[in-house]
Design a protein around this ligand. Structure first.
Ligand code: AMP
Ligand code: MG
Length: 540
């Protein structure tokens, strides 16, 4: 490993120090073409590219936890040099900025070469603990993969990505991270709803961080072009770098690798289902090979529970990526991955068996998650029906998913014989129109609650223990769409306090934090049909 201490020369008053080890660039084939024009890139994993210059960069926020993992202090992050480096204006000597080549299946169809159209990897840092992190700027200008777009990102989508990746991390969900969000001082033109009304918006750059940004589409692109030599190179590299415990490359290792990808993807999707996260564009180019939540675009959080909900207006007709479809979509994406690596394995049955196992992995993890959400010690066969009934009951009237589970923990088994109104009282807060609940609705909800409490009684766990258990998996605070939008509205006026305050709240999503009670409230009525709160598009 070649180790260099990178020092900056732009500023004498501050000195960001990183140890760069650009393994990917060193070991993977590079595009020999150095000119930054849009093209098909064959036989290479990446192209060298320089970030564009931002006119007047301004730090909006940084993640102290991510910074610490990169051995950066708050003083480092608040320095002018930090802003210059992480907006892309200043490239440190040992960085090797590049954009990766990948393809992908978008909305069920093979889309050919996509690639980092507006992401530029600065290089790989190894921290004091020996952990490897790729630093990537999103929105730092065009690359050979920009196709018809501009390589830029607007402040609203950058704040959304920054806050959500950190919120997911604190929820304990596998995700890429975000170090910083910085305004560029430049305007970006966006037609937010593709309705012919383009508007100038403030531009921004997020610095994303992950052990690797490789996606299923990174492998698919080589197979689609019949380039099995480079497919094998990239697969072997990934195993050696990110899955070293699997051992030497070879057919059995490839199969074990695929099994682990399926397993990690199942874990990630179960977590999404647990907290009500909808990715919104779960294409294979947006599916990480490490099982990380990646590419925060038109994602959303379920407010009133509806398995058919999608935040993505671009997907409103087919609703391919709706909340309840995510487990099946994950499996479909994994099937594309199986096809991509098939030439290295040449054993369709073995790959099919693993794909079938995904259903088992997923079901086992899903059942455990359901038991945890309900505060039960284990999932029993009869709980399947209990869950199916709950799924129906939660759709009788608009029911806030987050508040429902949080307050379900407040129910006491001692109340099992209470009348409907008393039984329901702790849960009324979860209903969008509690006064509009019909007598029949109340009866159905109360029937389910009694059934649930009976099951809790059988389980033998006391109320306090159950509540403590439930509160560890049912967050009180999630990055509700309207909260992010309120922070964006203020940030667009130059006020970053709410971005930072939400970042702070989302650090402890399972804690009560009474001082932040207002951020646990259900979506207010003004946000019901407001762009950014319930309707998002891919325009970002
Ligand atoms: P997404 O649906 O955001 O994951 O993007 C799909 C593809 O479009 C990826 O190759 C992105 O890099 C590219 N892309 C999205 N937005 C832009 C943009 N503003 N400029 C250049 N490429 C983009
Ligand atoms: Mg993407």
């Amino acid at each position: 490993m070649t180790e260099h201490i990178a020092k900056s020369s732009t500023e004498t008053s501050h000195d960001l120090r990183f140890i760069f080890d650009n393994k990917f660039v060193r070991e993977m084939p590079a595009d020999p073409e150095m000119d930054n024009h849009r093209r098909q890139v064959l036989g290479a994993c990446y192209s060298f590219v320089t970030p564009r210059q931002a006119t007047a960069p301004k730090l909006v926020a940084y993640s102290a936890e991510m910074a610490k993992d990169l051995d950066l202090s708050p003083t480092d992050c608040e320095s002018e040099q930090f802003t210059q480096v992480f907006v892309g204006n200043h490239v440190l000597p040992d960085m090797a900025p590049h954009a990766q080549c990948y393809g992908g299946h978008q909305f069920g169809n093979w889309a050919g070469q996509l690639g980092d159209g507006r992401a530029i990897n600065l290089g790989e840092v190894v921290n004091k603990q020996g952990q490897r992190y790729c630093l990537q700027l999103k929105g730092a200008g065009e690359t050979p993969y920009s196709r018809t777009a501009d390589g830029l990102a607007v402040l609203r989508s950058s704040v959304r990505e920054f806050l959500c990746s950190e919120a997911m991390f604190h929820l304990g969900i596998a995700t890429t991270r975000a170090l910083s969000v910085i305004e560029t001082g430049d305007q970006v033109i966006r037609d937010m709803f593709y309705d012919g009304r383009p508007k100038a918006e403030p531009g921004a750059v997020v610095c994303r961080v992950a052990p690797s940004f490789l996606r299923l589409g990174s492998y698919e692109i080589f197979t689609s072009r019949g380039d099995i030599h480079n497919l094998k190179k990239l697969v072997d590299y990934t195993i050696e770098t990110n899955f070293p415990h699997l051992g030497e490359p070879g057919k059995d290792t490839y199969l074990a690798w695929f099994r682990e990808i399926c397993d990690r993807t199942a874990d990630m999707v179960v977590d999404w289902m647990r907290v009500g996260f909808v990715h919104g564009v779960f294409n294979t180019d947006n599916t990480s090979v490490l099982g990380l939540t990646i590419d925060y675009g038109p994602y959303g959080w379920v407010d009133d529970y509806d398995p058919n909900w999608t935040p993505n207006t671009t997907d409103a007709t087919g609703r391919r990526y709706r909340f309840g479809a995510q487990p099946q979509i994950a499996q479909w994406n994994l099937l594309q991955m199986a096809n991509a690596i098939y030439p290295l394995i040449d054993d369709a049955d073995a790959l099919r068996d693993i794909l079938n196992e995904y259903v088992t992995f997923y079901t086992d993890k899903w059942q455990q998650m359901r038991a945890d959400k309900l505060g039960l010690s284990e999932f029993k066969a009869e709980d399947e029906e209990l869950n199916q009934e709950l799924n129906k009951v939660m759709q009788l009237a608009e029911t806030d998913m987050t508040l429902f589970y949080r307050h379900l923990a407040d129910l006491s088994v001692e109340n099992i014989d209470a009348d409907n109104d008393n039984l329901l009282a702790p849960l009324l807060i979860a209903y969008y129109a509690p006064d509009g609940l019909s007598k029949d609705d109340k009866q159905a909800i109360a029937d389910w609650l009694r059934r649930y409490l009976k099951r809790v009684q059988q389980d033998g766990v006391d109320d306090a223990t159950r509540k403590a258990r439930m509160n560890q998996v049912n967050p009180k605070y999630v990055l509700r769409n309207y909260l992010a939008q309120m922070a964006i509205d203020k940030a667009e006026q130059g006020n970053y306090t709410l971005v930072n305050e939400l970042l702070d709240v989302m650090r402890r999503p399972y804690d009560e934090q009474p001082e932040f009670e207002q951020y646990a409230e259900k979506r207010p009525d003004w946000a019901r049909n407001k762009p950014g709160c319930s309707m998002l598009s891919c325009s970002s």
